[in-house]
Design a protein around this ligand. Structure first.
Ligand code: FA5
Length: 327
């Protein structure tokens, strides 16, 4: 019978040595030292032995259990230390490594340009107002003194949503909304998206941005308009900037002009301007004998293109970070 004890102990010791993790070792321990298992199970045989052999057999089992327990404990200590070291190695933080660079976002070039325009005009006393992109026909054309079926409307083909509502073609549409609620004197400006149904090319898009400026006061004259546009152009493009005015037609101004700046030896058109048409003042209950005003508008894309040399405005809406991240 004592051979069985030796045999079991040898097997158990071999399995203890073979265990490669504390979890495997726990399975070995349960198998050989668990209640009524392995060496403990051998105790059941005691009852079948002659009386005089029983104490020695029992003592041998206890001895085997003691030996196995000692081995398991020392193996467990070894395995757990190795497992701890492996875990620590995985968690090691090398504080001498360089940090991982993070990409920093920035404002879209058109937003940067709009902010710059806003800063300059705010400094000149203009209050910024927002208007809807989905606009009433009346504000976009009707209240801006467009005669019915006038060809000037053809230059601004529109996206109509219903017969009387369209995506605004010009931020000038806000004039009527402001004049309905304010009495002169006032100086307002707005920046926003405009839409025109036209063929897209390097200088025209169906979606673009404009800034519109308008003021009404006593004795506002063409001289004030020219002075204001000159100041604005110099603040945007540099102190040496020259401005040129030429007669042009817009139904909502009289007289109307287009204006250009001298940039690297060439005249580049910026937008339209003029004195607010007396019909518009009258339409909003403002006496044109007492009050006059001026207005001007220009494209935000155009401003950025002149300043940076970008030669295709389609790039602004393509959202290609290789282009956008240059600004
Ligand atoms: C107007 O829209 C007038 N509302 C400007 C104005 C305001 C005149 C106040 C008088 C008084 P125009 O259609 O020329 O005018 O457009 C003005 C500027 O908007 C242009 O010079 C151009 O820079 C920009 N623009 C017009 N259409 C487009 C387009 N399809 N794509 C990109 N920019 C455009």
């Amino acid at each position: 019978m004592s051979d069985i004890i030796t045999e079991q102990l040898q097997t158990a010791l071999a399995e203890t040595e073979a265990a490669t993790s504390s979890i495997e070792l726990e399975a070995v321990e349960t198998k050989h030292l668990g209640r009524n298992k392995g060496l403990n199970e051998l105790r059941r045989a005691i009852g079948g032995l002659p009386k005089e052999e029983r104490p020695a057999f029992g003592a041998r089992i206890n001895e085997a259990i003691g030996t196995l327990t000692t081995h398991i404990e020392s193996r467990r200590a070894l395995l757990m230390e190795a497992e701890l070291q492996a875990r620590l190695a995985g968690e090691t933080l090398d504080v001498t490594l360089p940090g991982r660079p993070q990409a920093v976002g920035r404002l879209h070039p058109l937003t940067q340009t709009a902010n710059h325009v806003k800063q300059v005009l705010s400094g000149m006393g203009y209050e910024f107002v927002d208007g809807p992109e989905l606009e009433d026909y009346e504000y976009n054309f009707g209240k801006l003194n467009y005669p019915e079926d006038h060809p000037a409307m053809d230059e601004q083909n529109s996206f109509f949503v219903t017969d009387s509502r369209l995506l605004r073609t010009q931020t000038t549409a806000l004039q009527g909304r402001v004049m309905a609620n304010r009495r002169p004197p006032f100086r307002c400006a707005t920046i926003g998206r405009c839409f025109r149904y036209e063929a897209v090319d390097a200088t025209h898009h169906h979606t673009f941005h404009q800034v519109d400026v308008f003021m009404v006061d006593e004795k506002a004259s063409m001289a004030d308009l020219k002075g204001t546009l000159g100041t604005f152009a110099r603040a945007m493009f540099g102190q040496e900037t020259l401005v040129r005015f030429r007669p042009d037609f817009f139904p909502f101004v009289e007289p109307g002009v287009d204006y250009a700046i001298m940039w690297r030896g060439r005249w580049l058109e910026l937008g339209g301007a003029g004195l607010i048409h007396p019909n518009i003042l009258r339409e909003h209950g403002i006496n044109p004998e007492k009050y006059t005003g001026f207005a001007f508008g220009l494209g935000i894309e155009r401003v950025h293109m002149i300043r940076t040399g970008v030669d295709d405005l389609r790039l602004y809406l393509e959202n290609d970070v290789r282009f956008l991240s240059q600004f």
